[in-house]
Design a protein around this ligand. Structure first.
Ligand code: 6PG
Length: 242
């Protein structure tokens, strides 16, 4: 395990800017660029920046494929949909071929949608035999979850699956999510963590604070290849190693 590259930036805008720089740098490598988006609120600033005149021409959208690391089990136009958020803040504003956006069908039966998405990933990554995405964006919840891998849920059990349906009891809702081995297979993982509400878990997962139980975000970071964690000062406030 290579320790993650940890960068502490002044505020969420600085985190978004650093992430946009990293994404455009990675995208500049030859060949197809497979970007996996995460959901929630944190990526919004990054998406808007990537779609802005400053960055939109720095990503080769004509050889980019956009995937989703997880999705809520709602229709694509639902306010909770990660796809809807990405469409509104990024996908509608960059010259991406619609065929190169592979959304998770949150409107379908969860198990079926997970199997279908896994099948599409296995086709996309047939040559690699693993979901070797160029860069996977991930967030972290205040409970240490990442994608829809919530603590204590079945999706965290050992598996050969790349995508599973995951019932999340405290939400009373189904989610569809990449699994730990699938996320860990990526060429690069970039966590974006901002806000004081994440400080305790960020310190445990990435900042050297002692803790008895490994968090899902930490497990992915430990198992993935090249990992970077960009936090703002507020989220890194309780780090025990700077
Ligand atoms: C989701 C995300 C999830 C998110 C964290 C952090 O579908 O909600 O994939 O893993 O990254 O919950 O969310 P915020 O960025 O809103 O804090």
């Amino acid at each position: 395990m290579i320790p993650p590259e940890v960068r502490i930036l002044t505020d969420p805008d600085a985190v978004a800017r650093a992430a946009a720089e990293r994404i455009s740098a990675v995208a500049g490598s030859p060949g197809r660029f497979v970007l996996v988006l995460s959901g929630g609120a944190t990526p919004r600033r990054l998406h808007v920046l990537l779609a802005s005149p400053e960055f939109r021409d720095r990503v080769p959208w004509d050889r980019t494929t956009v995937l989703f690391g997880d999705e809520r089990c709602v229709p694509p136009d639902h306010p909770e949909s990660n796809y809807r958020m990405a469409r509104e803040t990024l996908l509608d504003d960059v010259p991406l071929d619609p065929e190169s956006i592979l959304r998770i069908r949150g409107e379908d039966d969860p198990e079926g949608a997970a199997s279908d998405y896994e099948a599409s990933l296995r086709r996309l990554f047939a040559a690699e035999g693993a979901p070797r995405a160029s860069l996977v964006l991930l967030g972290m919840g205040a409970d240490g979850h990442t994608a829809s891998l919530f603590p204590g849920t079945r999706a965290l059990e050992p598996t050969d699956r790349w995508v599973v349906a995951n019932f999340v009891p405290h939400l009373g809702a189904w989610r569809i999510t990449w699994t730990v081995p699938a996320l860990a297979a990526a060429r690069r993982v970039l966590f974006l963590v901002t806000g004081a509400d994440k400080a305790e878990l960020a310190a445990e997962a990435f900042g050297g604070a002692p803790h008895p139980v490994q968090h899902p975000a930490e497990e992915v970071a430990r198992k993935a290849g090249e990992v970077a964690v960009y936090l703002d000062v507020a989220a890194a406030e309780r780090f025990q190693r700077k």
